[in-house]
Ligand binder design. Structure first.
Ligand code: NOJ
Ligand code: MG
Length: 612
């Protein structure tokens, strides 16, 4: 190459390099400025949510919701009559406690025909009308499905007893062992104790074998190691999906599969413990090592989920979903969502932590811890949910305090994911009083005595809904209702709360309305204690108002300082507050120091966060 042209080309290269650098730097600066401006001005693009991912899900205990025909028992037409209440409350989906034919030993959790409506609740035509009406109002209907056991009155069981064809292996049967002290007696194959009292094994004199029942003797356990049974139950779900239901709440999943027997037919004994207790892990003096939370349970659920996904794919329309019920430790609970390797389980595995881990003496940090606990363990991409009560546990207002009701409702509604309400929570209903004579819950009857039954009874949270102050709280025109109506219904009922300018129901409505804001459906969450007793929860999303919950979970007034609250600029405005709060809607908070009454909650609205 010529010397001069070499010099020239060197210069050219330098000039190109310099201009590229300048342009790149300018580009970076311009990009940075644009980013800074955009981050302040434009809200982020938000992922559209499927209908269930941020819904308010309401549990209807059909027997106690509304009696339409005056027999003292709630029914499907009663539910249909009162769908307007759900609409009014801002509820998007309901799950109905079991409605299938049943001897009602365990109030419908003992199903004698999965394809029929229980006669006290109505007919298939009533059901069709209910689903159609609910759908026309934009409300989804999910059914309670019990795959762990049927009723001993089910034809499957009757055929199993007689060893008819494939039904012979539908349930868990075992020979047991000779009784050395009584030649005509057989001993059960293990020491397993039923959750509802007595041995888990019941002798059947026709088949001359024991059958397994984790709950009452009227609820024989399906043999879910038998793939034919798994498929059969799937077929039942398909039947109801074809009727238009939007999904299922799957009952008692941790009990689906038990440990298998050894070659001699002996089942492993559950470990004995010295102190008698009834918890979700211990029954009397045994730990449920071999009868609960078995790893073999999960593939059964995943298989049903594959079926549901396929159904969704084939039929289109709105997604049908699974809710799953199981009281288990966090790892075993999270497996109900699915596996890290991509198997899917329930869309909504019930989160019972506010029932099992929090009490009316918990401090603010206990609440924060329990919230973080779930969110930390939840697999990536899944949706959280929060349960504060159901038909198996004392009501929220009774477990905590009346003054805490609004704060608990606000927590439910402001946390990310699905907010779950048990019927009556929206008006702060308390447990009803049910005397021993009026007690019908099999668990209380089996385990309790006239002195102890209330420790076990699930009747108090199941007493009828308080519609108004007319006889039987407007629930029924019958002289006697299936469970007595709560004694406090004249002061505490929906009609009154709709009339009163300030009521739990009005707070509930404000909260379900607030859920339409993107800050709650998509925003980030910060939670912690501002003091021993004052809990804070901050939801924030760029470009959208910041929403803050302050909740004094203690029994005394509490003074806190707000500068410790992340992302809240003062003045802030009260969006809604506890019924007993002096700070009403629209009240402005200017001062950093704030004293909250016992149980008081405030929902504050602040400006959007502009920078992080
Ligand atoms: C859980 C249900 O919620 C409860 O009411 C029932 O007794 C058991 N599962 C057994 O089905
Ligand atoms: Mg089972």
């Amino acid at each position: 190459m010529h010397a001069e042209s070499a010099v020239n080309s060197g210069r050219t290269a330098r000039a190109v390099a310099v201009s590229v650098t300048v342009m790149a730097s300018l580009g970076l600066i311009a990009g940075g400025v644009t980013w800074a401006v955009l981050s302040r001005l434009s809200p982020p693009e938000l992922r559209p949510l499927d209908w269930w991912e941020h819904c308010v899900l309401y549990q209807i205990h059909v027997r106690s919701y509304k009696d339409s025909d005056g027999d003292g028992i709630g029914d499907l037409n009663g539910v249909a009559m009162r769908l307007d209440h759900l609409k009014d409350a801002g509820v998007k989906a309901v799950w109905l406690s079991p409605i299938f034919s049943s001897p009602q030993v365990d109030f419908g959790y003992d199903i004698s025909d999965y394809l029929e409506i229980h006669y006290e609740y109505g007919t298939m035509a009533d059901f069709d009308r209910l689903v159609a009406k609910a759908h026309s109002m934009g409300i989804k209907i999910l059914l309670d499905f019990v795959p762990n056991h049927s009723s001993s009155e089910h034809q499957y069981f009757k055929d199993s007893v007689k060893r008819v064809g494939e039904y012979a292996d539908y349930y868990v049967w075992a020979d047991g062992f000779p009784d050395p002290s009584n030649a005509s007696n057989r001993l059960p194959p293990s020491n397993w104790e039923s959750l509802f009292g007595g041995s888990m094994w019941e002798w059947n004199n026709v088949r001359k074998q024991f059958y397994l029942h984790q709950f009452t003797t009227g609820q024989p356990e399906f043999n879910l190691r038998n793939p034919v049974v798994v498929k059969k139950l799937e077929g039942i779900m398909k039947f109801w999906l074809d009727q238009g239901v939007d999904g299922f709440r799957l009952d008692a999943l941790p009990h689906l599969v038990e440990a298998p027997p050894d070659a001699t037919g002996r089942y492993p004994d559950n470990p004995e413990v010295p102190v008698k207790a009834f918890t979700h892990f211990q029954t009397g003096t045994t730990m449920q090592l071999y009868t609960k939370d078995r790893i073999e349970t999960y593939p059964v659920l995943y298989e049903w989920r594959d079926f549901l996904d396929q159904y969704n794919e084939e039929h289109g329309g709105d997604t049908r979903i699974f809710l799953s019920e199981g009281y288990a430790n966090i790892s075993m609970t999270m497996l109900y969502y699915g596996t890290e390797s991509g198997r899917r389980g329930a869309h909504v595995p019930f989160n019972f932590d506010f029932i099992t881990m929090i009490t009316n003496t918990s401090a603010a940090r206990d609440f924060a811890y329990v919230i973080d606990h779930w969110l930390t363990y939840m697999p990536f991409g899944m949706t959280a949910n929060w349960v504060f009560g159901n038909h198996d546990n004392n009501r929220m207002a009774s477990r905590f305090r009346d003054t805490m009701v609004d704060g608990l409702l606000a927590l439910d509604m402001m946390l990310p994911g699905v907010a779950i309400t048990y019927q009556g929570e929206e008006i702060g209903m308390r447990d009803g009083y049910v005397s021993w004579e009026d007690t019908v819950d099999v668990l209380a009857c089996n385990r309790g005595t006239p002195d102890t039954y209330l420790e076990f009874s699930r009747d108090p949270p199941r007493t009828p809904f308080h519609w108004d102050d007319s006889p039987n709280a407007g629930f029924s025109s019958a002289p006697k209702t299936w469970l007595p109506v709560g004694l406090d219904y004249r002061e505490l009922n929906l009609a009154k709360q709709k009339r009163d300018p300030i009521s739990h129901f009005k707070v509930y409505q404000k909260l379900t309305t607030l859920r339409n804001e993107k800050t709650l459906s998509h925003g980030r969450l910060e939670v912690g204690g501002l003091s021993l007793n004052t809990l804070y929860l901050v939801r924030h999303l760029r470009g959208h108002d910041t929403l803050v919950l302050l909740f004094n979970v203690g029994k005394a007034p509490d003074t806190v300082r707000l500068e410790r609250l992340p992302y809240l600029a003062l003045p802030a405005t009260v969006y809604t507050s506890s019924t007993h709060s002096m700070r009403r809607e629209g009240y402005r908070i200017y001062s950093q120091e704030l004293t909250l009454a016992d149980g008081e909650m405030l929902v504050l609205r602040g400006p959007p966060v502009t920078c992080y």
